[in-house]
Design a protein around this ligand. Structure first.
Ligand code: NAD
Length: 319
């Protein structure tokens, strides 16, 4: 198997510079700018030109950062490629669509998809890429936009071999703190889908609890403080409290802007419920939570908001 140490990688590619992808690409850039050039692609040209403006500052190397016209161009120019896209259909189109990555990939490439998608699609992408000799990994992340900015994400990595994992690890380490090998391709998605089902449920449970306490006359900060030193404590109550004003830097305290959009959470709950059907598992609370996020994602106001707007939905909806 060809070895691809970071020093021989001349250009790194990144596709999908959204809420998560942009800070991840920034950290990857910071980590490798002295040894590699970059090429980025996104259907939203504003984000790629902002990336170019921010990083292409060396007059001696005007091609330090390039904006690609297609995923194919990324594959032709870069030997390490990271993709961070919303859902399975976007991944399929970037990899297999017209002017997609696949056509330009060779056995010299290491390709990491960090999007959260169906396990079956992750496996299919890996199978097709492996047939061309590409080292293909699925590496969905946890840690939110804060973790993406701080470079402290957890990567849940599925890869055919631990050798492939070792090749990708130096790149993932620039964007994350915990890089966890989860087994073969698709297993990264298993870990991620299970985590997000729990997160989706716990965010609704925290929202119900905070709403109830506030209506019973309790100060929300005081209530959250007690929950967080008691047995009700969870990530949603402590790190990402959905009640405005409880945490200064939470999505809730900035009008639920940015963060993890309700359509993405609705998608992840769907991935979990579909997986439960396929494996004959019972996910009563997961299925209920899916219904609530579906309603939010299909509402003109809430479709643009962070998933912690479950609190807003419950508190306004039951006025
Ligand atoms: P986002 O919608 O903010 O960003 C997605 C980016 O992909 C956008 O810039 C969009 O223009 C681009 N894109 C869409 N289709 C494309 C295509 N065909 N070609 C090129 N670019 C395309 O989403 P996000 O919040 O960054 O999430 C990305 C992935 O990470 C999702 O799978 C999500 O479930 C997962 N995730 C998100 C969070 C979070 O807190 N936001 C946390 C963990 C995991």
């Amino acid at each position: 198997m060809a070895d691809i140490p970071p020093a021989t990688v001349k250009r790194i590619g990144f596709i999908g510079l959204g809420n998560m992808g942009l800070p991840m690409a920034n950290n990857l850039y910071k980590g490798f700018k002295d040894s590699a050039d970059f090429i980025v692609f996104d259907v939203n040209q504003t984000v790629t030109s902002n990336f170019l403006k921010e990083h292409n500052t060396d007059p001696a190397n005007p091609d330090k950062v390039k904006i690609a016209k297609s995923p194919l161009e990324v594959a032709k120019e870069a030997t390490v490629v990271v993709t961070m896209l919303p859902a399975s259909q976007h991944v399929q189109s970037v990899y297999f669509g017209q002017d997609g990555l696949l056509e330009g990939l060779t056995d010299k490439h290491v390709v990491v998809d960090a999007s959260t998608i169906d396990q079956s699609v992750a496996k299919k992408v890996a199978d097709v890429l492996h047939a061309k000799g590409v080292k293909a990994l699925d590496a969905p992340v946890s840690g939110g936009t804060g973790g993406a900015q701080a470079g402290t994400l957890t990567f849940m990595v599925g890869s055919r071999t631990t050798e492939d994992f070792d090749l990708a690890k130096p790149y993932l380490e620039k964007m994350g703190k915990n890089i966890v090998y989860c087994g073969t391709n698709g297993n990264g998605q298993v870990a991620k889908i299970c985590n997000n089902m729990l997160l989706g449920i716990s965010m609704i449970a925290t929202s119900e609890t905070m709403n109830l306490g506030v209506r019973m006359g309790m100060d929300p900060k005081l209530l959250a403080g007690i929950l967080n030193t008691s047995s009700g404590r969870c990530w949603s109550s402590e790190v990402y409290n959905p009640c405005p004003g409880v945490l200064e830097n939470s999505a809730a305290s900035r009008g639920y802007t940015g963060g993890f959009g309700t359509p993405l959470m609705a998608k992840d709950m769907r991935l979990a419920v579909n997986a439960a059907v396929e494996t004959r598992s019972t996910v009563l609370l997961g299925a209920l939570a899916q219904q609530l996020y579906n309603q939010m994602a299909n509402n003109k106001e809430f479709e643009k908001l962070d998933f912690s707007a479950a609190y807003k939905w419950l508190s306004e909806g039951s006025k």
